[in-house]
Design a protein around this ligand. Structure first.
Ligand SMILES: [Zn+2]
Length: 395
């Protein structure tokens, strides 16, 4: 049974401590521990200990990491952005397995231990994206936990054949069914959501819906998602990603939506979007007890070049977007990218406690808030007790 003793590390809200890891699991946490015979000893040098970072929303199949610079085209609508993306795939050979592997390596090196990634499925690209990503999930299962979302990025009902492909992807092992703007893209909210929830029931999977729809249109989609969550009994199994509508309705409407989110345990993913568009008020949602996760969204893809596969940077951006400055606010965002995301994704063995998986990130910095702001490269990343990266490079 491989055993590792990590000496002198500083977890969040915890005095400096030693951590004993046996067989991939945290076996003991105490100020001073004696290494068992044969144990490997790692000197933590008083480093910060972060729990494994969680990217709860990204798109690994289409990251352009490692490829020549892609100049983002001018567009006037999300439909045009999606059409450009399909054109890029037609013109360039994008290998989803290769690109998701590159993405995963960069994420691991920056301290990520768990990822929920969407994979595009449409009638041109077929199952290439989701199969490539599932291959990466398998290849790297000892280094990073990947949840694969079967995602109709180009619309579903407007492209006949897409539903059958989603069904096939779930049969082949995709973990979650994704949906997308039921009114704005498919222009048939009832048809779209009934189909998504039927697939969820058939394959017994969670649901994660990209909802960019603004204001009352988006709020109406919330109502329809809530109805179906209740009828199907899918409480605790539905996420609404982006959820821009939560930033675009008045206080009374928002209050009603929050009541539904709490009642039905529907989670919200917010990544602190750029560009000043209305976005979910993270402080208000967290204070109300809404389940939340965060993520990097697409990394260097045809949507734009700015995102990086680094969750501490994402935490910084969520703080920046929401105007968080105080330590307690920054620490709440650290919780968002660790414990809160783990709960939404159903990762039962997650947490800094005896009996939980030893998923840990060591960073030399003054304190955890300073690490979010200054973001030094983790000098050690561990997944289930195995060192996966050192000094920014995957082992
Ligand atoms: Zn997304």
């Amino acid at each position: 049974m491989p055993t590792t003793l990590i000496r002198n590390v500083r977890p969040l809200h915890h005095d400096a401590t030693d951590v004993l890891v046996t067989d991939g699991v945290i076996a003991d946490i105490a100020t001073t521990l004696t290494p068992p015979a044969g144990a490997t000893v790692i000197d933590g040098k008083g480093s910060l200990l972060f729990q494994g970072l969680i990217d709860g929303h990204t798109h690994m199949d289409k990251a352009l990491i490692g490829l020549p610079w892609h100049s983002t085209k001018a567009t006037t609508s999300i439909t045009e952005v999606i059409a450009n993306e399909r054109q890029l795939r037609r013109e360039e050979h994008i290998d989803a397995h290769q690109q998701s592997t590159r993405h995963a390596h960069a994420a691991i090196a920056s301290g990520t231990t768990h990822i929920r990634s969407f994979a595009d499925i449409d009638t041109e690209w077929g199952l290439n994206g989701v199969r490539g990503l599932m291959q990466t999930r398998e290849d790297l299962r000892d280094k990073v936990h990947i949840q694969v979302v079967a995602f109709p990025q180009s619309g579903m009902l407007i492209r006949p054949g897409t539903v059958e492909l989603l069904d096939q992807a779930l049969a082949e092992g995709a973990d979650v069914i994704g949906g997308l703007d039921p009114s704005a893209i498919d222009r048939d909210p009832k048809g779209h959501l009934d189909t998504i929830f039927a697939l969820a029931e058939k394959h017994d999977v969670d649901v994660d819906i990209h909802l960019h729809e603004p204001g009352e249109l988006g709020a109406f989609s919330f109502d329809l998602i809530a109805e179906r969550t209740r009828v199907l009994g899918w409480q605790g199994r539905v996420t609404i990603s982006h959820a821009f509508a939560l930033g675009g309705v008045d206080a009374v409407r928002l209050g009603g939506l929050i009541d539904d989110l709490l009642d039905l345990k529907i989670a919200i993913m917010s990544h602190g979007p750029s560009g000043g568009r209305p976005a979910p008020p993270v402080d208000q949602l967290r204070a109300a007890g809404v389940r939340m996760l965060s993520g990097n969204d697409g990394i260097q893809d045809s949507w734009g070049p700015l995102n990086r596969p680094e969750m501490l940077l994402r935490a910084y951006l969520v703080c920046y977007r929401n105007g968080f400055r105080r330590d307690d606010q920054i620490e709440d965002v650290i919780d968002l990218i660790t414990n809160s995301s783990a709960e939404v994704m159903g990762i039962d063995d997650y947490g800094f406690a005896v009996g939980k998986a030893a998923d840990m990130v060591l960073i030399e910095e003054e304190n955890h808030c300073a690490a979010v702001v200054r973001r030094p490269i983790p000098w050690l990343v561990m997944k289930s007790g195995v060192v996966t990266a050192r000094d920014g490079a995957v082992v």
